[in-house]
Design a protein around this ligand. Sequence first.
Ligand code: AMP
Length: 426
Amino acid sequence: MSFEKLGLSKPLLKAIQEQGYTKPTPIQEQSIPVILQRKDVLAGAQTGTGKTAGFTLPMLELLSHAKPIKHAKGHPVRALILTPTRELAAQVGESVKVYGKHLPFKSTVIFGGVKINPQITALRRGVDIVIATPGRLLDHMSQKTINLSHVDFLILDEADRMLDMGFINDIKKVLAVLPSQRQNLLFSATYSEEIKRLSDRLLNSPTLIEVARRNTASETVKQAVYPVDKARKRELITHLINEGKWQQVLVFTRTKHGANRLAGQLEKDGISSAAIHGNKSQNARTKALADFKKGEVRVLVATDIAARGIDIDQLPHVVNYELPNVSEDYVHRIGRTGRAGNQGEAISLVCIDEDEYLKNIEKLIKKDIPKVWLKGFKPDPSIKAEPINQGGNRGARNKPRGGGSRNGGRQGNSRNSSRGNSGGRR
Ligand code: AMP
């Protein structure tokens, strides 16, 4: 299958070629023709599958054939892409620019945590495509600095994450101001009852597309668990980085404080490191990510929320310095490596306190992760498990998923706590 056969025209084919893509990924192969037929789509695709191009390319193609809107001045907003986090919004915005390079469209990215005035200026000048996180978009709506009355396309990217982060009411408010005639695309890595409810409400006879099996860890990623005592994790990670001569590694911690501390300790060990998490300013996060991408920083230590949507080509190593307490986060974390067909390796440093988390993760991904007992780092059998201090402010997300209290919990503190870290912060 080639991109030509999917029905994309020259300006897009040229941009694709410039990106060096030779053939569409499975999600692109399935989604592009369906979207070009103006159908609504419900797509189950994890990050790393090429999903962004899977919706961006056909959206740009359709926009390039769209009739101008009568009486509308300049560039009215024709397409709205909602994402859960700032990072993802920025990345999707970047993809829109890259793929739309040879087309005349203007796009802008809107998220919280940065000044609103430059966004207002951009909107006032006119944009065809807006990529936004829900919170800041609502600010623009209430200040009447955005007009969404000509939106033909609505795309929800990582919809499961948006629901997780408590954005459902914000999404409903956005839906309320959109024209009823429009094409809707919903992308989600996982399915749940809530996603089903949202898709029932949003989509008209959608075409279902699923490329990654539900909740399975990306199969291109080689996974391993290194059992180790908690107090020796730092020593082990330094050893792994140095011995393996790793140049680029993304490391996950459970808490913001843990991320800062580890980055500082690795620096002391002579390994250049930066931390990104929700307490850092947007500029600091962008800089840390840019330094990492440029190779100036070897280790990027991140919390789950800050890392969402991070897209780094050919990231070979992901380390779970601490396992996530929400098992689905493990799947998202390891999805940062082994992207678009590249080999990747995900190593988890697991101490006895985390055994329960590991069991839950293995249950979710339906396989046992191979254990590597590294000489010199074998756990001391006299150390007993202790309860894990959640340490963060992630509120309801720290509770195991499922069960009757789930929704209630989410509407309570999950919204407040995660919005503090998320793209929704105003
Ligand atoms: P995504 O799942 O959208 O986050 O994309 C994951 C990565 O795959 C990005 O770095 C894209 O640049 C890359 N990618 C997307 N489509 C293709 C393709 N057809 N061939 C090779 N790489 C691709």
